[in-house]
Design a binder for this molecule. Structure first.
Ligand code: GZL
Length: 323
């Protein structure tokens, strides 16, 4: 695995393109410009918005023609978009799979059409790794472990029960599966740390608020919330305050992503710890696209380099956050 030292964002420029500009037209742009078909999960969170911007800005920067499709978090829309890219004979296809399973058929169609595929952000569970050239994105198990590790240290030496509720990401998605696993593996070291409720909030603020309201109605003794992304954590903060409790104090909160709104809540003391997950994959993706188009060998797995933030670290980092 190749560690990328940091993830430099392309100079941020106002990016054009709407949510679903999978423009029609012939496959190649007629000149020697590389044509990339990209199927995005949706626009469900601040992380996704930043990820889309990084991809659109980087494609422009790299002189790559981008055909962009927003799947509104539906796998069938991603499969449709990939089939459309195949028909348009694009040079390369890249996508962030909304869930891990159910991709083999369409990826085989791309392979049979001689169009290389790159996975970004999320993985697929297909055993046939010849169906894609490379996967660039985070190690979500490590992200979950970092969250669990912080909690074990936060309660080190204490034996009283600590009741945890968990807001999971999109059901079946790699980040939800892996962040759950990594966190559970780590807190197993402290038997007093117990997950008393765990449910999907689909990575959105609205759903995160709704599920947290239900948790609060069902449990009067919640000590900690572990949310698989900032947006669900921010929705949960609204629910916690609505119940007359202090987020970050009465209920400690750990989230993943480190988007600006999450970092602001962390700096304000409403969140206690954030594990970073960088959305700025655009520059590396465009480099990969060029190499793949040129038939060069590429790394099978490219890991983004990420960190974690405490409340103090968030205050220091906020002024220069790019997303
Ligand atoms: C993680 C990404 C997740 C983010 C969420 O790489 O797939 O999806 O953590 C986003 O905010 O919705």
């Amino acid at each position: 695995m190749i560690l990328i030292a940091g993830v430099l964002a392309a100079p941020l420029a106002a990016c054009g393109g709407d949510g679903d500009s999978a423009s029609s037209g012939s496959g190649n742009s007629g000149d020697d410009k590389i044509v990339l078909g990209f199927s995005q999960v949706g626009a469900e969170s601040g992380w996704r918005t930043a990820n889309t911007k990084s991809i659109q800005d980087s494609a422009k920067e790299a002189g790559i023609e981008l055909k962009f499709s927003d799947a509104q978090q539906k796998q069938e829309n991603q499969i449709k978009a990939i089939r459309s890219f195949i028909q348009q004979k694009v040079d390369v296809i890249a996508f962030s799979p909304v869930v891990e399973s159910g991709w083999d058929t369409v990826l085989k169609e791309a392979k049979d059409a001689g169009i290389p595929v790159i996975l970004t952000d999320r993985a697929v569970d297909s055993p046939d790794t010849s169906l894609y050239k490379s996967f660039i994105g985070s190690d979500f198990v490590v992200e979950g472990e970092r969250a669990g590790d912080w909690l074990v240290k936060e309660y080190a030496g204490k034996t009283e029960p600590v009741n945890i509720v968990e807001l999971q990401g999109t059901t079946g998605s790699a980040p939800a599966n892996d962040r759950k696993k990594g966190f559970a593996d780590k807190i197993a070291a402290a038997p007093n740390l117990k997950i008393i409720a765990s449910q999907t909030g689909d990575f959105t603020r609205a759903k995160g608020k709704e599920v947290m309201e239900a948790f609060l109605k069902a449990h009067s003794d919640i000590d900690v919330l572990y949310a698989h992304n900032d947006d669900m954590g921010l929705g949960a903060i609204e629910a916690i305050e609505g119940a007359g409790k202090k987020p970050g104090v009465d209920i400690k909160i750990i989230t993943v992503d480190a988007v600006k709104d999450g970092m602001q809540a962390l700096a304000d003391g409403k969140i206690n710890f954030i594990v970073e997950c960088s959305p700025l994959l655009g520059p590396q993706l465009m480099e990969l696209v060029k190499k793949v188009k040129a038939g060069e060998a590429v790394e099978a797995r490219i890991l983004t380099n990420e960190t974690t933030f405490t409340q103090e670290q968030a205050k220091a980092a906020l002024p220069t956050r790019q997303y």
